[in-house]
Design a protein around this ligand. Sequence first.
Ligand SMILES: NC(=O)c1ccc[n+]([C@@H]2O[C@H](COP(=O)([O-])OP(=O)(O)OC[C@H]3O[C@@H](n4cnc5c(N)ncnc54)[C@H](O)[C@@H]3O)[C@@H](O)[C@H]2O)c1
Length: 368
Amino acid sequence: MALKVGIVGVRGIGERHVQAYVNDPLAELGAVCDLVKERADSAAAKYGVRAYYRLTDMLEGEPDLDIVDVATGGYENGSWHYVPAMEAMEAGRHVLVEKPLSSDVQQAREMVAKATEKDIYLGCNLNHYFTPPAERAKQHLESGEVGELVYCLAKIGFHGGEVDTYRPATSPVQKGFPYFHLKAFLSHPFSVMRYLCGDITHVQAFLNRPGFRRGAGDVMLSTASIHVRFANDCVGYLLSQRGDASYGLGGWWSVEVAGTRGTFCIENCIEKLTYWQAPRSGGASGRENNEPGTPGGPVVTSSGIADFNQTFPRRIHAFLEDITNHVPKDQLRASGRDALAALEYTWAVIESHEQGGILVRPHPLPPR
Ligand SMILES: NC(=O)c1ccc[n+]([C@@H]2O[C@H](COP(=O)([O-])OP(=O)(O)OC[C@H]3O[C@@H](n4cnc5c(N)ncnc54)[C@H](O)[C@@H]3O)[C@@H](O)[C@H]2O)c1
């Protein structure tokens, strides 16, 4: 039977969530809720469901909702997640929250603890690894084609620079927050790195913002250079910047994972994966085997999908599938705990920066 879903927050991203549920056979859209009446009314009219303006009313008026999807934003894009997510979990509903789980790590810890206490599914929209390239990457890892992990190199950010494109933030959710980029965005690259390489145990960070931001009084630390170590001893590096420079090689999103038997690189999130087998004795050497299509050369697998927005229905479908299949709570894909891990690493980045670049051990996660 389809799972009945109520959505809290139906603006930009919430509208994407609504569409994903409407088009998914595992779901039935039950109701929409937004503090702004016109937004709730407009979505309700469009999709033929009832509008609510307070979650409390939606929970009372729709007692058979299975899932509450929290697509609100807030300061640093996450301060309005905690209250509705906690209320929905307290009412015993399964919850999917947009990323970041919260803009406050202590609140995120409480959210994960609440899901455990109420024995419900708490998921997060860590949509960047619900893609065909990430599935292919997992196959390479699990089949042994990568071998012992050597390094993970991630570069994920925004296109920009000082010429023409820069506009100081005016939105109250962003303006004046030095850690906006870290809190709002790093959940994505950190969750992808952890998905592919496992838990991170050490973090060291250097943060900066270029002169054009300083000159405009923009306090956001928009360039993050982050060095990490994983529990399996693999080393890693994440460069994330929010429009301080133009893209170099790899575009807006590239994650390369290298091992003793092979290396893969995912480019543009959903678009393609390239796999390079480690050199074999007697095989083609050096430059010769580094061109796609040459014997022993890299194998490129394109997904045929260029639209990043396809990650939303894919991730939401996985959440619906996991609940429909009653997977054990600790096997939920992109769980609240997974999202908390990304936030613990983000807080370690902030601590490292505030202490002059020291090495920080992220706060431990709760047991599964
Ligand atoms: N996963 C991704 O790829 C991705 C991409 C962009 C944004 N996001 C995330 O999506 C979230 C939403 O972003 P957005 O740009 O749509 O935000 P937004 O602020 O434009 O819209 C949020 C909506 O929620 C409503 N709202 C807020 N608090 C509410 C409450 N308590 N009850 C009912 N309605 C409430 C607001 O009135 C608004 O209409 C953010 O957390 C952001 O970080 C995710």
